[in-house]
Design a protein around this ligand. Structure first.
Ligand SMILES: Cc1ncc(COP(=O)(O)O)c(C=O)c1O
Length: 397
């Protein structure tokens, strides 16, 4: 059955149709999430979901596998067109087909940007706590790290202090690596915040690389705005990174892309590949094309399911674990939980692993400001989520 055959069903019928409540054994497949710990540990760490991809993706992959020949792929012009149409539809962002540069993944994408635009004596600006490979990007490229901390308010809401942002930039800062929606703090930045950061970058001649891998995972009342869409001037100095990988749970198929409308930036970016960074994978292209062409209903249903998980967590923590503080993320399927009130300022993830047999990411891995926090991945069937929450409760009992 295609997605379009099932429109008209209620949310719970759609959850059922797409199998979001179904627990699928992943321990038999090579999964980093499910094989890193002993079998009795419930893994709620690495950011992939425990859901099957949209039916259309599986059908397209079956058909491609059935073909049986897997030689070097041609640049997929249909996918390029789908992406362009999608950017126009979702963000009123109109780019030419050649602006899209396919990538094996987004980590490769921002590391490539760092190598393309920052020399050894120059700096990369990141805002911590942030996705660990972003924290590590400056060191990985052998460039200076110009870090600032996000500001955490009393209620757990994170903001960017624009004075600190401006003060962090020196004459050597070449590139700002933005994460929006933000992993792990769950912010979907508003237009005014993006405008303020972009204005400073333009004025201080700092290029922007915007990691927008979570841009489809946005909850009610929030809207994703690619920073490059703010103005032609911002667009001209921005590399935007997007992918269907988080959205449709196909990270292992390796397909992402950079949107670089500025031809000069694009040339420098491509040149930095240096024969080391390839393009997306053949099956990644197949899956991405099917997901973008036919996965919309699945995605809308997923968002409803994730929102239900998110709200269940908030209720559960308030009722049973009030010493843990979590603010509802505006996007992503990642919860950022402050464990300091439970006396777990040091290594809370290790505590939950040892005492509760449940695996989270340690907040400290996300850089300064992450200590005493855990990141919990709630992209899973509700029964598993409840199991994880129960394990936390028992660990703290
Ligand atoms: C912000 C962010 N960027 C990049 C990635 C990984 O991207 P990829 O697997 O395409 O390299 C993740 C995965 O969690 C992420 O959260």
């Amino acid at each position: 059955m295609n997605d379009c055959d099932v429109a008209g069903l209620t949310s719970s019928e759609l959850f059922n149709h797409f199998g979001f409540d179904r627990i699928i054994d992943r321990t038999t497949t090579p999964s980093i999430k499910w094989q890193a710990y002993e079998p009795d540990v419930l893994p709620m760490w690495v950011a992939d979901m425990d859901f099957r991809s949209p039916p259309a993706v599986m059908q397209a992959l079956h058909a491609r596998v059935e073909h049986g020949i897997f030689g070097y792929e041609q640049d997929p012009s249909e996918l390029r067109e789908l992406i362009i149409e999608r950017l126009a539809r979702l963000y009123d962002w109109h780019v030419n087909p050649e602006a899209i540069v396919f990538l094996p993944g987004i980590v490769a994408g921002f590391n490539l940007a760092t190598r393309a635009f920052v020399n050894a004596d120059e700096g990369l600006l990141v805002q911590t706590p942030v996705y660990m490979h972003i924290v590590e990007a400056a060191r990985d490229a052998g460039v200076q790290s110009h870090d600032m901390r996000l500001t955490r308010q009393e209620d757990g809401h994170y903001t960017v202090d624009m004075d600190v942002f401006e003060e962090t930039i020196t004459s050597q800062t070449r590139l700002f690596l933005l994460c929006n929606p933000h992993n792990p703090v769950g912010r979907v930045y508003m237009r005014a915040e993006l405008e303020a950061m972009a204005e400073i970058c333009l004025r201080r001649k700092v290029l922007i690389c915007s990691d927008e891998i979570h841009s489809d995972l946005i909850f009610n009342d929030h809207r994703h705005i690619p920073i490059a869409t703010l103005s032609p001037e911002v667009e001209a100095q921005t590399v935007t990174l997007m992918a269907p990988s988080k959205t449709f749970n196909i990270a292992g198929l390796h397909c992402g892309y950079a949107v670089i409308p500025n031809a000069d930036l694009r040339r420098r970016y491509r040149r930095a590949r240096g024969g080391l960074v390839g393009t997306a994978s053949l099956l990644g292209y197949t899956a991405a094309e099917a997901a973008y062409a036919e996965g919309e209903l699945w995605l809308r249903t997923l968002l409803k399911y994730l929102e239900g998980n998110r709200d269940l967590m908030i209720r559960y923590l308030a009722e049973h674990l009030p010493q843990l503080k979590m603010r509802a993320p505006q996007g992503t399927y990642l919860a950022w939980i402050d464990c300091r009130g439970a006396g777990l300022a040091q290594s809370p993830a290790r505590y939950f692993l040892e005492k509760g047999r449940v695996a989270f990411n340690e907040g400290a891995a996300f850089g300064p400001g992450g200590e005493g926090f855990i990141r919990l991945n709630f992209g899973c069937p509700r029964e598993l989520l409840l199991d994880g929450l129960e394990r936390m409760r028992k660990a703290l009992a």
